[in-house]
Write a protein that binds this ligand. Structure first.
Ligand code: KG4
Ligand code: ZN
Length: 331
């Protein structure tokens, strides 16, 4: 079965072709980061318009790269939500219309399931069950994963998501958008000079809370006006230490509590080098295994949606009894 994946939930248009026998055949991506940078964040209306411009050329490109035609596609998987309504509607309308014209089924994918399963696109994927850490711009969750669609939430953020905390803290430090990569870049030149709290580290559960950290950063920023570059880098360093330490310790607690020895990490913050360094060391110490998606599949992409759709198809959970009406689920 050949599945076309369509992702348009936020500021990346992603199209991919996944074959259930031969794996990922092609993927094409356009990031709107540069377009939104001058506004300091994603402008929803601009995002929707750009998805409209990109979706057809990217589909042509993905088909060409895979040496396939539209008629080869057996099903279309698309992100139904969560995300920006207008942006989601572009991918959704495109996918549903194309499926209607080709008379093939669609699979609406939860964006987070796409992220969650992305590490399984790599070689030697871990077998179920495993613990998953999903750290994106909108979510910070720990899950026990027993199979496709079998997800047990072990812990969640009580306020800001990890990526959101990176973005907001980057803003406080006057760094550009998107904040996560900018902050982690700056942190490379920082030194251990400040001490920030490690929220909920000893809470006895697997929940997270990152909004207090941002407030502590704000206090530091106010105390050190005008901010020089060295102070900025030192704050970035300590902020990254605090977030990655909490995430690592909670992951190890989740492995211990579930008795599992496989961890997968996904979502934009999963690209963070410091987080990977800490998780690699901690899992090695406990003789556990950790898997990540390649860097480009940590953030939004079509490959993870095509893959999640294909897994759903394989799992016989697709909705082939179509009525061709559709909606998006922004939340
Ligand atoms: O998963 P994603 O593309 O979007 C959502 O579905 O939310 O993740 C984007 C988030 C942003 O908050 C971004 O700042 C963060 O991931 N991010 C990073 C890094 N790369 C992306 N955070 C920390 N370090 C990074 N290297
Ligand atoms: Zn995402």
């Amino acid at each position: 079965m050949l599945v076309l994946g369509v992702e348009s939930s936020c500021d990346e248009t992603g199209i991919a072709l996944y074959d259930t026998d031969h794996g990922l055949l092609s993927h094409a991506l356009h990031s709107q980061v540069e377009m939104h940078a001058e506004y300091g964040g994603v402008v929803p209306e601009l995002a929707s318009r750009d998805h409209i411009r990109r979706v057809l050329p990217l589909t042509e490109l993905a088909l060409k790269d895979a040496n396939k035609t539209l008629q080869d596609i057996d099903a279309i998987a698309y992100t139904q939500g969560p995300g920006l309504s207008g942006a989601l509607l572009v991918g959704t309308s495109f996918a549903e219309s194309l499926a209607f014209s080709l008379q093939i089924p669609t699979i609406n994918v939860h964006h987070l399931e796409g992220h969650l399963l992305a590490p399984l696109l790599e070689d030697n994927p871990p077998a179920f069950p495993f613990v998953a850490l999903l750290v994106s711009g909108g979510h910070s969750q720990l899950m026990r994963v027993d199979g496709i669609g079998q997800y047990e939430l072990l812990g969640d953020t009580l306020d800001d998501a990890a990526g959101e905390a990176f973005d907001k803290t980057a803003k406080l430090l006057g760094l550009g958008y998107p904040g996560g990569p900018a902050l982690s870049n700056l942190a490379k030149t920082g030194k251990p000079r400040f001490k920030l709290p490690r929220p909920l580290l000893n809470s006895g559960d697997l929940n997270f809370s990152f909004s207090g950290l941002k407030t502590s950063v704000l206090t530091l920023v106010n105390q050190h006006q005008p901010l020089d570059d060295e102070t900025k880098a030192d704050i970035a360093y300590e902020f990254q230490e605090a977030v990655t330490e909490v995430l690592t310790i909670k992951c190890m607690s989740a492995l211990r509590e579930t008795g599992l020895d496989n961890l997968i990490v996904s979502g934009g913050v999963g690209a963070n080098a410091k987080l990977r360094e800490k998780l690699n060391a901690a899992t090695k110490r406990k003789l556990c295994k950790v898997s990540y998606p390649r860097l480009e599949f940590c953030t939004d992409n079509g490959a993870m949606i095509a893959f999640a759709g294909a897994m759903r198809l394989k799992d016989m959970q697709s909705n082939t009894d179509k009525n061709y009406s559709f909606s998006v689920k922004p939340r």
